[in-house]
Design a protein around this ligand. Structure first.
Ligand code: GLN
Length: 422
């Protein structure tokens, strides 16, 4: 039965032989695909067909993968449930009365429902890890700069990375291997980590591994989630890992800092949707301002409008220092906290999401509740670090995700640790 994971279905065969030959891959609909419409879950781009492939899509094809479709998502990646999509919600394959998480909910649902062997999502503040956790699959948010963003429609470019989702850690690592590495069309990509063999790290060997557990990432979580999380840590200890508490004091400002930075970047990135550069032409016979306003009034949903307004406000003269500059400060403090915690541990562990998957419709009228659910994922993006979400059993029949966070370009360490959780 369909869970409405796709906005557009297609079949595009990759090269004949490559490491991903025979693998079917679904791609989030904010990643450009030549000749296949790329909507970002928005009315604004409902008819937009890119003339080129994103670097990651080129690389998937070159590795032999078959592209099976473009997946549903929160509009422009703004959300945690996939319900802000202009194309309607996707259902969670584990329990169809629940959301699949977001914003890459279609990608996670496609993998969980067996409609694709693997998928790509984008993670600005948790959008790969949250849906992976809610749907019971594996999702990786790579170190900033490991994967090219060329062809990704930008939401908040200083925070986001494209990452893989798959049923297993090894499967996700194989896709990461195919898409990672420098790209001259994205100047923020780096050489480091490019040649790493990620799949071979999934060997389940955690003997002697030191795992730091940030107390702040457990405090606000649902008891049922924490119980499952602790059981997974016990299991890792039984396999030879050592765990100890660490502290990330600045994490208390992370959600606020994230939303100021993400909305500020979004307000600037989304200025291109004006009906001239991108978006449908307006038939308003007024001046350019009137026509521009009408295209945006019709083309954007409520969540996108809210963020463009707040982001524009945070960047405006007189308020910049009060909001944006402070958020950047908080970001720098958080990076220092992570450096310190990771000097005392190989990886850090937390619940991926502090809550179980919401009922469909439950969080739609309460944006603040939705933002707070990102408490454990956004700190990782602010610090540009790699993290993975791996299924860690169920509570009340619903999947719980365990998040492992590594040092910069420490993908192999988190992949190794995650493979011992499976
Ligand atoms: N839920 C977060 C937000 O709405 C993260 C989204 C994402 O990673 N694209 O911004």
């Amino acid at each position: 039965m369909s869970v409405d994971a796709f906005i557009t279905e297609t079949t595009i065969q990759g090269d004949d032989d490559g490491p991903l030959s025979g693998l079917t891959v679904a791609v989030k609909d904010n990643i450009s695909t030549e000749g296949v419409r790329t909507t970002c879950g928005s009315e604004m781009l409902a008819d937009y067909v890119p003339p080129y492939d994103a670097t990651v899509v080129e690389r998937l094809k070159a590795a032999g993968a078959t592209l099976v479709g473009k997946t549903n998502m929160d509009e422009f990646g703004m959300g945690t449930t996939t319900e802000t999509s202009a194309f309607g919600p996707t259902k969670n394959p584990v329990d169809e009365s629940r959301v699949p998480g977001g914003s890459s909910g279609g990608s996670a649902a496609a993998v969980a429902a067996g409609e694709a062997d693997a998928a790509l999502g984008s993670d600005t503040g948790g959008s790969v890890r949250c849906p992976a956790a809610f749907c019971g699959v594996v999702g990786i948010k790579p170190t900033y700069g490991l994967v090219s963003r060329y062809g990704l429609v930008a939401y908040a470019n200083s925070l986001e990375q494209i990452g893989p989702l798959a049923p297993t850690v090894e499967g996700a690592a194989e896709v990461l291997e195919a898409i990672a590495g420098p790209d001259e069309r994205d100047a923020t990509t780096r050489e480091a980590g490019a040649d790493a063999d990620y799949a071979s790290a999934a060997d389940g060997d955690v003997d002697g591994l030191s795992i730091g557990v940030p107390t702040e990432l457990i405090e606000g979580a649902d008891d049922r989630v924490v119980e499952q999380f602790r059981a997974s840590l016990d299991d890792l200890e039984a396999q030879g890992a050592e765990t100890h508490e660490v502290s990330l004091p600045s994490v208390e400002r992370a959600v606020q800092a994230y939303y100021v930075i993400a909305m500020s970047e979004a307000s600037s990135n989304l200025a291109r949707f004006d009906g001239v550069r991108y978006g449908p032409e307006s038939d308003v016979e007024g001046n350019w301002n009137e026509s521009f306003a009408q295209v945006r009034e019709d083309g954007f949903g409520d969540e996108v409008k809210r963020r463009v307004l707040l982001g524009t406000y945070a960047l405006s003269a007189g308020y910049h220092d009060r909001y944006y500059a402070k958020a950047q400060d908080a970001r720098a403090w958080l990076k220092r906290d992570f450096d310190e915690a990771l000097s005392e541990a190989d990886v850090l562990a937390s619940p991926t999401m502090p809550v179980l998957p919401f009922e469909l419709g439950e969080s739609l009228d309460d944006p603040l509740q939705m933002y707070l659910a990102d408490a454990n994922t956004v700190p990782v993006n602010l610090a540009n670090l790699p993290a993975i979400s791996v299924p860690a059993g169920r509570a009340d029949g619903l999947p719980v995700g365990l998040q492992l966070i590594g040092p910069t370009f420490g993908e192999r360490a988190i992949i190794r640790a995650a493979s011992a959780v499976e």
